[in-house]
Design a protein around this ligand. Structure first.
Ligand SMILES: C[S@@+](CC[C@H](N)C(=O)[O-])C[C@H]1O[C@@H](n2cnc3c(N)ncnc32)[C@H](O)[C@@H]1O
Length: 261
């Protein structure tokens, strides 16, 4: 029977190599072959740059996988199949593969989809996911924002759902992390202006990397073309909260209810 190497998704955090977990660091140095994502062939890889800044030399046999940034479903589907087939062919050598993931591997990451397609092609492949620091957790820490306290609510969404959805979610959640905000910055600013939430919003680009930028005067970004690696944290201190309902009644309450029935 074919013996495959293990496919390991190593979360590297959003940019600061100090945020690479010990487990990911160990996997990188385990002798497993490195795989890293790029948008175009021979283009630089943000995930790889995090490890390089951490001081690990890139092994000569590291392999790049191309995941184009396009909405063209046909091009995307072909690229995914190609990447998965390439991964299965490498795993068939019996050597483990460590796939470098920017941020956390379970949060809007290429790794989940890649692992699924690989397992469809080769069900015997074992997958390990090493969790890591997400971009929004690092952004909260860098800006001194608390994402949620006590009974507060917190949601993470791709901004691409549009301002109508964000407007609605602002009534449901105390804090929103708006990822992939690049194409909607102006529309989001207009919404925040309208809702009076500019003062409690912050924009963060390339958190943890040498290019990190924190913009608290979010309105100043109007008309600017921002980097893809950027997000907004929006807090709505005016939100009216509903009552908390508890799943478990205290014993005395339960006795009273059953006695009344
Ligand atoms: C494909 S998702 C990757 C998310 C990543 N796996 C994580 O755990 O945060 C890409 C989006 O995540 C956010 N992002 C990722 N890295 C970032 C960084 N270093 N600084 C700011 N935002 C980042 C941006 O909103 C970007 O458009």
């Amino acid at each position: 029977m074919q013996r495959y190497g293990k496919l390991i998704g190593a979360s590297l955090g959003p940019g600061d190599p100090e945020l690479i977990t010990r487990r990911a660091w160990t996997a990188l140095q385990s002798g497993a072959r490195w795989l890293y994502p790029v948008k175009k062939a021979e283009e630089s890889s943000y995930a790889l740059s995090i490890v390089e800044r951490g001081g690990l030399p890139v092994p000569g046999d590291a392999v790049e996988l191309v995941f184009p940034m396009t909405r063209d479903a046909e091009i995307l589907a072909k690229a995914w199949v190609r990447a998965a087939e390439q991964t299965v062919a490498l795993l068939a050598d019996g050597r483990d593969l460590v796939f470098l993931v920017e941020g956390d591997a379970s949060t809007f990451a290429t790794f989940g989809h890649l692992a699924r397609v690989v397992c469809e092609l080769a069900p015997a492949v074992e997958v390990e996911t090493i969790p890591g620091v997400s971009s929004f957790a690092a952004a909260a820490a860098a800006t001194g924002i608390t994402l949620a306290e006590e009974d507060e609510t917190f949601a993470i969404i791709p901004a691409a759902y549009g301002v109508e959805v964000i407007d609605h979610l602002l009534d449901e959640f105390d804090t929103l992390a708006l990822l992939k905000v690049k194409p909607l910055v102006d529309e989001v600013i207009a919404l925040l202006e309208r809702r009076g939430l500019l003062a409690t919003s912050v924009f963060i680009e390339k958190v943890g990397s040498p290019g990190e930028r924190i913009v608290r005067d979010v309105a100043s970004l109007k008309g600017e073309k921002v980097n893809y690696l950027s997000l907004m944290l929006v807090q709505n201190p005016k939100r009216v909260r509903g009552e908390l309902r508890r799943g478990c009644r205290r014993r005395q309450e339960a006795v009273e209810v059953s006695a009344a029935a």
